[in-house]
Design a protein around this ligand. Sequence first.
Ligand SMILES: Cc1cc2nc3c(=O)[nH]c(=O)nc-3n(C[C@H](O)[C@H](O)[C@H](O)COP(=O)(O)OP(=O)(O)OC[C@H]3O[C@@H](n4cnc5c(N)ncnc54)[C@H](O)[C@@H]3O)c2cc1C
Length: 350
Amino acid sequence: MELMTGRAMDADVVVVGAGIVGTSIALQLARRAVGDVLLVDGRGPAAGMTGRSFRQVRTHYSNEVTTRLARRGIEILRGWSDHVGIGDSGFEPVGYLLAVAADQAEGCAANVALGRSLGVRTELVPADRLREIEPLLATDGLACGAWEPDSGLVDPVKVTLSATVAAQMAGASTLFGSPVRALRMGRDRVTGVVTDDGDIDAGTVVLAVGPWAPGLLAGTAIDLRMRLHTLELSVLRRPPGVPGLTTAVTHAPSGLVARCYSGPFVVAVAYPADVVRPEFPHDARVAADAELRLRRALAVSGHGLKLAPAVGEAVADELAGRTPAIDISPLRPATTPRPLRFAYGPGARA
Ligand SMILES: Cc1cc2nc3c(=O)[nH]c(=O)nc-3n(C[C@H](O)[C@H](O)[C@H](O)COP(=O)(O)OP(=O)(O)OC[C@H]3O[C@@H](n4cnc5c(N)ncnc54)[C@H](O)[C@@H]3O)c2cc1C
């Protein structure tokens, strides 16, 4: 592979996007000896959503594939130095509590049962015991909650930077500060990408550019069925003497998600009700499919931190011709969406 400005370059696999998803895929590809791997980003590692996230990782999900990906992802994040060999993930084991009202109690109980059946340490907690876990929670109107002691917070910038370095150490090349301007198309397939530093020929292109994907796919026939939402994340200062949260909590009836933070702060996100649109069932899904020698690892929505390490393994296994330990085929975009279960409604956050 040649990396020289203005000259043609080539790689067996080009991964576009060095967020947590792209770096996880590049790392796992480099370890599987699939040939030359090149990771390209218009800015640099963690410059997109990854660097701005809420930092929370949990396993409470409604369907098997997402629960399995989250469980494996957290296993890697908790044992980062063993799995990746360099850096740490900044994992803080503060747990995760999802509190629901009566109309969501059945779905919550089913998700807890699903998690337990897949080896997740989680329990259903009645409303009158929720404050034993999070004393600041107002329990009016709540029926129960799902508690996961093994979940917590990670540092997504540390994760992404160390995955990048580990990928380089495993043989991957990187090209940062070089936006991909377009996909190069042959007669019936993608043949590479166009960058300001020259065209890059590629056997396969993996698109991991998160919310920037619609722009890059504009000239193709691929309909992403992806919707973008703006989310405001607030850092609130606690008055002196007021205790802070001890864990990370979702208060489902209000859509408020908040977590503890070092120092006198609380971090909170309020999910507006109109983010959940039943007509867009793909909102909460990972897409990783083979098409035109193009793989997409997109639409990880608000779930990318905990899913990315396992998505990296699964996508790399598929590209290396191996059967992934976790079958991600239910997440492929299909002309007719297959019925993945969502306990709190299609497009909801679990
Ligand atoms: C406010 C907020 C809070 C969140 N909280 C959580 C949370 O608590 N837990 C959780 O699991 N997930 C959370 N998420 C979701 C998580 O952050 C994302 O799912 C994850 O970061 C997506 O990673 P990514 O690699 O797909 O995308 P990104 O991190 O956005 O990376 C995409 C990369 O592609 C690059 N790029 C874009 N266009 C081009 C181009 N044309 N050429 C080259 N490079 C390009 C960008 O520079 C960027 O580096 C949150 C997201 C937000 C926005």
